[in-house]
Structures are given as structure tokens and as C-alpha cells.
Design a protein around this ligand. Structure first.
Ligand code: 3HC
Length: 284
């Protein structure tokens, strides 16, 4: 089996980005959303993004049209039955992911591969909801998917080498560099990134420096594209808190403990760019 058709569950920021890069790499893609409205908005976001690439001369109008033509949208999971690889990119909730994987397991071909774009949920727990545990893995993209050039490929203690090889071959076609990680909390990037972001919030909370100076110091002092508070807003403070809690529950180390300010901002609905307000304000 080689991967010829890709399914994506979820057409939000991450799922839409994954569908977009797969379509640009000439894979037929079936993308599933819960409601017609969410699907319509997700597909419109992909089309708008491709339109910006046309304006910049990175893509021709024909390439944009061809990419959109390769993407078919659905609200019915069973439309993914012919996909050889399905990438799930829904909300970070173990029960929801297990429900989707159990359903996909009954729908797709026996040798199809199921991958999760999760940033923090244990892949083995998701795989255990299926009868094909050796064909379940992590395929963790980074936001914004069309721009960030790396994918973490996560192998559980039972994922087959063949499934990993197939995922790596797809990532290669998407022009993404693969890094291999074990199924341990936070994989590579979030294991290292999340304590840094939590420490930046602790520095703000502790009055070390102002919001802007913390961001400027790290951006200019370390040559980063974004300061940590801007990046926390970009990722979503709810997502950051969720990953921090997963790491804390697994490792019981203080460095993963969410600062009180973060928890309170999430309770207040100030979850960053997507809500219009986090450490900064955004016009949506
Ligand atoms: N989708 C597609 N392309 C986008 C984009 C998006 N959402 N946002 C920006 N871009 C493109 C722009 O079109 C532009 O392309 P060009 O150079 O060909 O014109 C390029 O990215 C640069 O964009 P801008 O000039 O508008 O702005 P910046 O130079 O500030 O770059 C950025 C924006 C690429 C987001 C940059 O600030 C960056 O790399 N930030 C860090 C992002 C990061 O660390 N992501 C990882 C987060 S962690 C994660 O995702 C894991 C999860 O599990 C938590």
C-alpha cells in the first residue's frame, strides 16, 4: 500500500492547513467538519490563503484552482472510506479523539493508516480505541502549517515500521522535514517550548519586565520570529494550558505548572489571537 488519497478530520486552523499542503502536493484530499457552516468557513479560509499566494506570485491562478479542486469537503465521516491515510486535527480532547479513531477504524480499509495531529494527547491511548494499533501514529504539524517546515512523526510502542515509513514518505512529498519522536508527553517541541512559554508568563506575573520588553528581549536577543507572549497568544492560551497540564500530570515537575495568571486568563476567555484578546488585543 502507498498513500494515494488523504483524509483530514477537522478543517480549523491546523486541519485546513494540512488539507492545503496535501492538495498542493497533488494528493486528493477529503476533509471532514462537524457542520456545513464550519466546513464552508474552513474551505473558504484555505481558498483565501491560496489566493494570497497567487497575489504574491508564489502560485498561479491555475495551481490555486487545481489545489481547491483536489479538496472535497464532507460532514460525513464515512466519506473518508477510500483514504489511505487519515490525519485527525480536532480539539485536544482524548475522549473525542478516541471516538473518532474508533469510528474511522470501522470505516477505512484494513491497511489504512490513522494519524493524529495532537500536540499532547498520548498516541497509544488513541490507538487503543482501534483494532489496528500498529497502524496508528502521531503526525504533528506546526502552526501555520503551510509555513512551518517540520513535522514530528510519533511512533508508539506498537506502531509498525511500515506505517512510519509511509507517513515519512507523505511528509517528504509535502516538503516537510521529519523528526522522529517517541510517544512521550509533548514529544520534542512542546516538551521544550511549553516550559519556556510558561516561564515567560511567570516573568510577566513576577514583574521581571513589561510584556513588550519580555517579547522584545527574546525576539531580538535570541533571533526568534516572535516573543514568547506573542507566541503564546498565537498558539492559544487554552492550548498552552492544556499541554502544560498534560506535562505536569505525567512528570510532576514544577516547570510544567501553569502560572496562576495563565489559568485565570483562560477562565476569563482571554485565550489569545483566536478570541481577540490575550496578552495582546487583536482585531479579527
Ligand atoms: N498561513 C499561511 N502562511 C502564512 C500564515 C498563515 N496563517 N501566516 C503567515 N504566513 C506566511 C506569510 O504569507 C509570509 O509568506 P511570504 O514570506 O512568502 O510572504 C510569511 O508567512 C511571513 O509572514 P508575515 O510576513 O505576515 O509575518 P511574519 O514574518 O511575522 O511571519 C510567522 C509570521 C510565519 C507566523 C512567524 O512569525 C513565525 O514563524 N512565528 C513563529 C511561529 C511558531 O513558532 N509556530 C509554532 C507554534 S507551536 C505549534 O504549532 C505546536 C502546537 O502543538 C502548540
Amino acid at each position: 500500500m502507498t498513500v494515494e488519497r488523504i483524509g483530514v478530520v477537522g478543517c480549523g486552523q491546523m486541519g485546513g492547513g494540512i488539507a492545503q499542503v496535501c492538495a498542493l502536493a497533488e494528493y486528493p484530499v477529503v476533509v471532514m467538519e462537524q457542520t456545513p457552516d464550519l466546513l464552508h468557513r474552513g474551505l473558504a479560509r484555505i481558498d483565501a490563503q491560496l489566493g494570497r499566494d497567487v497575489e504574491k506570485g508564489k502560485l498561479s491562478a491555475d495551481q490555486r484552482q487545481a489545489a481547491m479542486a483536489r479538496i472535497s469537503g464532507t460532514t460525513d465521516l464515512s466519506s473518508l472510506s477510500e483514504c489511505d491515510l487519515v490525519v485527525e486535527a480536532v480539539v485536544e480532547n482524548l475522549d473525542e479523539k478516541r471516538r473518532i479513531f474508533a469510528a474511522l477504524d470501522r470505516i477505512v480499509k484494513p491497511d489504512a493508516i490513522l494519524a493524529s495531529n495532537t500536540s499532547s494527547v498520548c498516541i497509544m491511548e488513541i490507538a487503543a480505541a482501534t483494532e489496528r494499533r500498529d497502524r496508528v501514529a502521531g503526525m504533528h504539524f506546526f502552526n501555520p502549517v503551510p509555513v512551518m517546515p517540520v513535522v514530528e512523526v510519533v511512533k508508539t510502542i506498537v506502531t509498525s515500521d511500515d506505517a512510519i515509513d509511509q507517513i515519512c514518505a507523505v511528509a517528504d512529498k509535502l516538503h516537510k522535514t521529519v523528526v522522529l519522536a517517541k510517544d512521550t508527553p509533548g514529544f520534542i517541541v512542546n516538551l521544550l517550548l511549553v516550559p519556556y512559554l510558561l516561564d515567560a508568563i511567570r516573568a510577566l506575573e513576577g514583574g521581571v519586565a513589561s510584556r513588550d520588553d519580555i517579547d522584545t528581549a527574546m525576539k531580538l536577543g535570541c533571533g526568534l520570529p516572535m516573543g514568547p507572549l506573542t507566541l503564546a497568544d498565537f498558539i492559544g492560551l487554552d492550548t498552552l494550558l492544556y499541554i502544560g497540564d498534560v506535562l505536569l500530570n505525567e512528570f510532576h515537575q514544577e516547570k510544567y505548572a501553569a502560572p496562576p495568571l495563565l489559568r485565570r486568563m483562560v477562565i476569563a476567555g482571554m485565550v489569545g489571537r483566536k478570541s481577540g484578546k490575550g496578552f495582546y488585543e487583536y482585531t479579527r
